[in-house]
Design a protein around this ligand. Structure first.
Ligand code: C2O
Ligand code: CU
Ligand code: CU
Length: 504
């Protein structure tokens, strides 16, 4: 038997054996086994805070395992940061004080704000200094996040724990009958993978090979909790998932292949809930899902651990791991302000209506995400440490802060055609949300017909359409990049401006 066939045999066998209906008869739900109560990041509601919020970026010692401290970083915390609730049409002042002893930035990933306040590589917060920034929120309800974006340091800073949620609410999200009691039936979930040595988190470090593959680690961590469970009311539960990993891709599912409903992508609600049994998520992506736990039985959110390389063996040895155990308990129902349900209609998603068409785009741009230029650079990096940061690129060029790659005219609708020369790459851009026009020659699946800001590019052409309504100047340009953080840091990133004239 050839090695390849052997491997495929194993993969098939593993898949069949883990189908619960074959193993244990129908409707057998898991029994509670997870060890640690899920950490829920504190909520800061911008209204309660009178639209003035202070955050310290700090070193921490976080207990992933009880009683064992790991060296980490966080926002007002040992690890990760508060969920900050913002409202459409309201401005919030944030003051980020940098206490980590080295430069960083705080990017609002998914926010439609100008380059001046976007927190990209130009908005450096020096050690000991405070970044005083006002974020005018002008966008629909959506689950966004914040994380550092310093050139060459993003992967390390995020890995240490610097990430948190920005939740945008609007009139629609507040009036929909969805679950909305924070941390009870409306639950933030940052999913990451980490390596533990003697139950301590292995600090960030990568080899040249790991820069290419992305840093792929083995243990799932949710909100900084290893082996997590959460007590929830019995009924509908809303999970706001963020893949906050450096490079890991996940395929989420529920035990017994229970159907769940996707209600939102990165940039807002879908038109209607879409029933699914599995959900693929690349780094940087967010999705909101609804799970019906009214039968009161323990359920498990599982994930197949995937790698971004199509011929990587880890794709074949797809490991299934428990991400979170959900324990419904009717006693918790008293904690709810109101009992949430799954509405039939959620949103109006304009570009899929006749009024916004492909013909309205005034510019089409082409992007090729390059791995192949890395070969020479890998050789060079042995002699020159600096070259490590210039191995990968877009359109044949490695990221340079001194070069503006694209100039967009404010108010324009554009189509971006994106391709890769190798592997899978989650493409992200700042300053707006887009719609997928086509993915490998096909229109997007129902569950992806919503506003997004990260899209996985694989073997074919992916086209996205979007409008640029906010300004980014040469001094504070927007970024577009691969959201595998090792790739971003190694140069798979470009800069663009959005100005009234569309000139540099
Ligand atoms: Cu989440 Cu440019 O980043
Ligand atoms: Cu971003
Ligand atoms: Cu990439």
């Amino acid at each position: 038997m050839k090695r390849r066939q052997f491997i495929q045999g194993i993969a098939l066998g593993a898949g069949a054996a883990s189908t619960p209906s074959l193993l244990s008869g129908c409707l057998q739900k898991p029994v509670p086994v997870a060890a640690n109560a899920l950490n829920i990041p504190p909520l800061i509601d911008s209204r309660d805070a009178r639209h003035d919020i202070q955050i310290a970026i700090q070193h921490g010692e976080h207990e992933f395992y009880k009683g064992i401290k790991s060296k980490t970083k966080g926002f007002n915390a040992n690890y990760l940061g508060p969920t900050i609730r913002l409202y459409d049409d309201e401005d919030t002042r944030l003051r980020f004080t940098n206490n980590i002893g080295e430069d960083t930035t705080v990017h609002g990933h998914g926010l439609h704000v100008t380059g001046m306040v976007d927190g990209g590589p130009s908005n450096v917060i020096k050690a000991g200094e405070t970044w005083d920034v006002t974020l005018p929120i002008r966008q629909q309800a959506s689950t966004n996040w914040y994380h550092p974006h310093l050139m060459g340091k993003t992967a390390e800073h995020v890995h240490a724990g610097l990430a948190g949620f920005y939740w945008v609410e609007d009139k629609n999200s507040q009036s929909l009958p969805l679950p909305k009691t924070y941390g009870v039936d409306d639950i933030p979930l940052v999913v990451q993978d980490r390596t533990f040595i003697d139950k301590k988190m292995k600090p960030y470090s990568v080899t040249a090979e790991q820069i290419m593959s992305g840093l792929l680690e083995g243990t799932p961590v949710v909100n900084g909790t290893v082996d997590a469970y959460v007590d929830v009311p019995s009924g509908w539960v809303r999970l706001r998932l963020l893949n906050g990993s450096n490079a890991r891709f996940y395929e989420f599912y529920l035990q017994g292949e229970q159907t769940f409903y996707k209600i939102a992508t990165e940039g807002g609600f879908l038109e209607t809930p879409v029933p699914i049994t599995k959900m693929f998520m690349a780094p940087g992506e967010r999705n909101e899902i609804m799970i019906d736990l009214s039968d009161g039985q323990t359920q498990e959110l599982m994930a197949v651990f995937r790698a971004p390389s199509a011929d990587d063996e880890s794709l074949i040895f797809k490991e299934k791991k428990r991400i979170l155990e959900l324990r419904p308990d009717t006693k918790l129902n008293v904690k709810l302000k109101s009992k949430g349900t799954l509405p039939k209609n959620l949103n109006v998603v304009t570009p899929f209506k006749p009024e916004w068409k492909r013909e309205q785009a005034s510019v089409t741009r082409n992007f090729m995400l390059n791995m192949e230029m890395a070969e020479n650079a890998t050789q060079a990096s042995k002699h020159d440490n600096h070259a490590m940061h210039h191995m990968l690129g877009i359109n044949g060029k490695s990221m340079s802060r001194d070069r503006i790659d694209e100039t967009v005219k404010k108010g324009d609708i554009e189509i971006w055609r994106i391709q890769v020369d190798e592997m899978l790459h989650p493409f992200h851009m700042h300053g707006t949300s887009f719609m997928i026009l086509q993915h490998n020659g096909a229109p997007p699946k129902a569950e992806n017909r919503g506003w997004k800001d990260v899209v996985v590019i694989d073997e074919g052409v992916t086209e996205v359409i979007m409008k640029f309504d906010f300004e980014a100047t040469k001094k504070d340009p927007y970024m577009y990049h691969c959201h595998i953080l090792e790739h971003e840091d190694a140069g798979m990133m470009g800069q663009f401006t959005v100005t009234l004239t569309g000139e540099k």
